[in-house]
Ligand binder design. Structure first.
Ligand SMILES: Nc1nc2c(ncn2[C@@H]2O[C@H](COP(=O)(O)OP(=O)(O)OP(=O)(O)O)[C@@H](O)[C@H]2O)c(=O)[nH]1
Ligand SMILES: [Zn+2]
Ligand SMILES: [Zn+2]
Length: 276
């Protein structure tokens, strides 16, 4: 179960297998563990049933995120050791992540060695769109799950020859909530927001825009038909995250894509120069 939103996550594996990393276990100390044996009376504050449930939910969530963070650190080391610049694209459904990737891969694909990990709940529609660009793609279906986790990425990345890559894109499941909590070992989360969604999304989903280093404001070709105020949206995003880089584009017409490519180019150069 996803402890962020309570949904059943089919993508969570229940089996154990070893990747050469440690799985630690947190031990909770309960009242039942006390064995005084001296017959004296003492008073403990017992949590009410609802508090106890809350305590358990929080500790399960901490365990899952803890385990995820350790695997994400493994992924990050793996990608860094190969000098790969890795981006985790997050957004609500339909903001244009796949369209942005298609154009990017078609326009950079010849010069930059790219691969894509596609997260979708059910279909392989996006993976097919990416494959049509000629770039290698690995599909992960999360079923009812609403986000990718580091464990899935570790397995998916094993399908690529990492030594031959410069740039790895991960398209997360369309969802502005859960993917914010899951580090995949990426260099940056890139939040894609389209102008049809309303300018207040950064304030309504602050965790996501706080976790992201870049906000792509997509579908700007539609601005003449909308009341969307770009300046207001920029101001709201910066209020949540003063360091966020905002790039306005139309993945459909190509407007603004140069700035995105310049940002990618700088990131790839940094990743290459830090190659361990
Ligand atoms: N006008 C316009 N439409 C766009 C643009 N980018 C994407 N679209 C359209 O928006 C719709 C959704 O685009 P996708 O690229 O599939 O969005 P996505 O974020 O990958 O969607 P999910 O994977 O389902 O979350 C499609 O009909 C696209 O053609 C854009 O810049 N301008
Ligand atoms: Zn969730
Ligand atoms: Zn998509």
């Amino acid at each position: 179960m996803c402890t962020t939103c309570g949904c059943p996550t089919v993508g969570e594996h229940s089996h154990d297998h070893d990747h050469g990393h440690d799985h630690s276990h947190d031990h909770t100390h309960t009242h039942d563990d006390h064995h005084h044996g001296d017959g004296h009376h003492h008073h403990h504050e017992h949590p009410t049933p609802s508090q106890a449930g809350q305590t358990r939910t929080i500790s399960v969530e901490t365990d899952i995120l803890d385990r995820n963070n350790r695997l994400a650190a493994t992924n990050r080391l793996l990608f860094a050791s190969q000098g790969i610049f890795t981006l985790n694209l997050v957004s609500s459904p339909g903001s244009g992540k796949t369209t942005l990737l298609e154009r990017t891969l078609r326009e950079l694909g010849g010069k930059v060695r790219c691969a894509v990990i596609e997260g979708d709940q059910q279909t392989d529609n996006d993976a097919q769109r990416i494959a049509a660009t000629g770039v290698q793609v690995k599909q992960i279906n999360t079923g009812a799950g609403c986000h990718l986790d580091a464990h899935m990425i570790l397995h998916a990345a094993a399908d690529f020859d990492l030594a031959s890559l410069d740039l790895l894109f991960i398209e997360n499941v369309g969802n502005l909530v859960c993917p914010a909590s899951f580090d995949l070992g990426e260099n940056h989360k890139v939040a894609v927001l389209s102008v049809t969604e309303g300018e207040d999304k950064p304030l309504k989903y602050p965790h996501m825009f706080h976790a992201a280093d870049v906000m792509i404001l997509n579908k700007i070709d539609l601005l003449p038909h909308l009341t969307f105020e770009v300046d207001k949206c920029r101001e709201m995003a910066l209020r949540v995250n003063p360091n966020i880089t905002i790039i306005e584009v139309s993945a459909q017409t190509g407007e603004g894509m140069d700035r995105w490519y310049a940002w990618l180019s700088q990131g790839m150069a940094d990743a290459r120069s830090k190659k361990a």
